[in-house]
Design a protein around this ligand. Structure first.
Ligand SMILES: C[S@@+](CC[C@H](N)C(=O)[O-])C[C@H]1O[C@@H](n2cnc3c(N)ncnc32)[C@H](O)[C@@H]1O
Length: 554
């Protein structure tokens, strides 16, 4: 292990200050030994004045230089444990440095992977930086395994930040197929800028060793599971052997991009024509024509019609939630017309159901429900005031209206009666969508940090909240009304076990069987057997892991 090297930092020119101090002391000494006191004093005081002015000018210059130099540095005191209190601004804006910071925040500070890089890296580097961070976090166990094989000794704690740079280098070489020499050079340079030559020599040696025996390292790392042990064990027990490995593979792939055509604005076929015209490759879902898979990654702004509200970005299985809730409303007294719900073109003659969408941000399902039933009186709530801003943005873009409330779904008594009274004389709602807060284990490919942040204890805590939200909301559902309990979790503890506990405490709830409906729309490989509701698991280039249970009030 090389000696830890201190970060070389340029300090403001101390020379200037020392030079002026020297001059002053010289002046003093010449005064002291002068013969003709009066003339000498006059001459000396002039000289002293000149010297003083020069000193001041020197000092100002020195201060300015220091200021200029300081402005080239960025404070990184949150990295002081790694010996880094400030770094050059050119290093700070390096995409690899920023990716390493993001990785550090997840692994060391246990913060969610939150990509907000605008103004931090150049706009052209945002995608690259985020790919590095997501890629390393997604494939962490394998990359770590290789890093540990490559390092002959672990890096010292004070140099530890360079570990994240090594992980990035390994990721680039293995997964990004970037020019290998560039991947080595850039990461070695970055570690040199941060820690000096000693550490960068280690990074260089590791990455070059990887290049020499790439296939061997790759082959050996394939044995390493990409899921945390507790989750892998739970899922292995839950999912049949033949479905388990494809599910794990799908959980770890880069997420597919699904769009939902807003059929209130444009037909799915016409939207596909727009895609064709823009030369965007896509696949239309065979059973759900409004669901479009883009086969190549694109930024949303490059897809025609986003600002005009022609489509929303929504996972395939997430799209099912609003369809299940509205497909099943035909036996509601409020709307016999909904029996035409087969193709969900309900706009003409629908009445005005009161719908409650709790935990609604960013509004994917709220806007879908409004697309299906534009006349609905929608009450959409979420606890997170920051996230709720996105509901407003989406409603505005889609020209839809809803009563949006920042509220805690565990305490509907504090806000729901008032919200209902604003739209009706009634005291209860017709339809409820509870998209409860959950572990997010079904959307790990979109949020791979979940793998390293969630714990089994979190799941148990969340399950209690879920039961509380369901139990409290139930009393605000009309007799004959429908409630869809849905989650993006693949764990029984948050899904059918919550329903089981709930059903054991009420006498006016009946489960509606939605298996057949889901089966006719979604590839059967995605469904696994559960005691209540439907559990879908992740599919490669298909939908995320989702759970739905539809309940009706007797
Ligand atoms: C799965 S996300 C909802 C996604 C949303 N339904 C959609 O389709 O766009 C879960 C949401 O639950 C919210 N949440 C968490 N705890 C809550 C609570 N106690 N009351 C209300 N909302 C809550 C979170 O802020 C988060 O936005």
């Amino acid at each position: 292990m090389a000696e830890p090297l201190k970060l070389k930092t340029k300090t403001a020119s101390p020379k200037g200050k020392l030079a002026s101090e020297k001059t002053t002391s010289k002046t003093r000494s010449s005064n002291k030994f002068s013969g003709n006191k009066t003339n000498a004093t006059k001459a000396n005081s002039k000289k002293a004045y000149r010297n003083k002015s020069r000193d001041k000018a020197n000092l100002d210059k020195s201060k300015q230089q220091k200021r200029n130099l300081d402005s080239e540095y960025v404070n990184t005191s949150d990295l002081s444990q790694f010996g880094l209190t400030r770094v050059k601004s050119s290093t700070f804006t390096n995409p690899r440095f920023q990716a390493a910071l993001l990785i550090k925040r997840v692994l060391e500070d246990k913060q969610p992977l939150n990509i907000n890089l605008s103004g931090v890296v150049k706009p052209k580097d945002i995608g690259f930086t985020s790919e590095l961070a997501y890629g390393v976090i997604r494939n962490l166990p394998r990359i770590n395994f290789i890093a540990n094989k490559l390092l002959t000794k672990p890096l010292k704690k004070e140099n530890y930040f360079s570990q994240f740079i090594l992980l990035i280098g390994i990721y680039q070489i293995i997964y990004m197929r970037e020019a290998h020499h560039a991947a080595v050079y850039e990461n070695v340079e970055l570690s040199k800028q941060l820690y000096g030559k000693g550490v960068s020599t280690i990074i260089n040696a590791c990455l070059r060793q990887l290049l020499r025996e790439l296939d061997t390292y790759l082959e050996a790392s394939k044995e390493v599971s990409l899921l945390p042990k507790w989750l892998s064990k739970t899922l292995e027990a839950r999912v049949s052997e033949e479905k388990f490995l494809p599910m794990v593979e799908a959980l770890n792939q880069a997420p597919p991009l699904w769009l939902r055509v807003n059929q209130d604005k444009i037909s799915a076929d016409k939207f596909c024509q727009l895609l064709k015209f823009a030369e965007i490759e896509y696949q239309q879902h065979p059973q759900l024509p409004q669901a479009i898979l883009l086969t190549k990654a694109l930024t949303i702004a490059d897809i025609p019609g986003y600002e005009q509200g022609l489509f929303s970005v929504q996972d395939l299985h997430a799209q099912l939630s609003s369809l299940i809730l509205t497909q099943e409303v035909q036996d509601l007294a409020l709307s016999e017309q909904l029996s035409k719900a087969k193709n969900i073109n309900l706009k003409e003659d629908i009445k005005e159901p009161i719908i409650l969408d709790t935990c609604c941000s960013p509004g994917g399902k709220t806007t879908h429900l409004l697309d299906l039933i534009p006349t609905a009186k929608m009450i959409a709530t979420d606890i997170d005031a920051g996230r709720i801003k996105r509901v407003y943005e989406n409603l505005k873009r889609l020209k839809q209206t809803a009563q949006v409330i920042t509220a805690d779904a565990r305490f509907p008594e504090q806000w729901l009666p008032q919200a209902i009274s604003k739209v009706s004389q009634e005291q209860q709602v017709d339809l409820m969508l509870l998209d409860i807060p959950c572990s997010g284990t079904g959307v790990i490919r979109r949020h791979p940090d979940i793998k390293w942040l969630r714990t089994p204890e979190d799941v148990t805590r969340l399950a209690q909240i879920q039961l509380e939200i369901l139990t409290k909301s139930w009393s605000y559902l009309k007799s004959g009304g429908k409630l869809l309990y849905t989650s993006c979790s693949v764990l029984g503890e948050e899904n059918e076990q919550v329903i089981e506990k709930f059903l054991a405490t009420v006498t006016d709830a009946k489960e509606i069987n939605i298996k057949a409906f889901v089966q006719t729309n979604i590839n059967s490989q995605a469904q696994i057997e559960v005691s209540h509701g439907v559990q879908l698991i992740n599919q490669i280039n298909g939908g995320d892991g989702f759970y739905y249970c539809l309940l009706s009030k007797i």
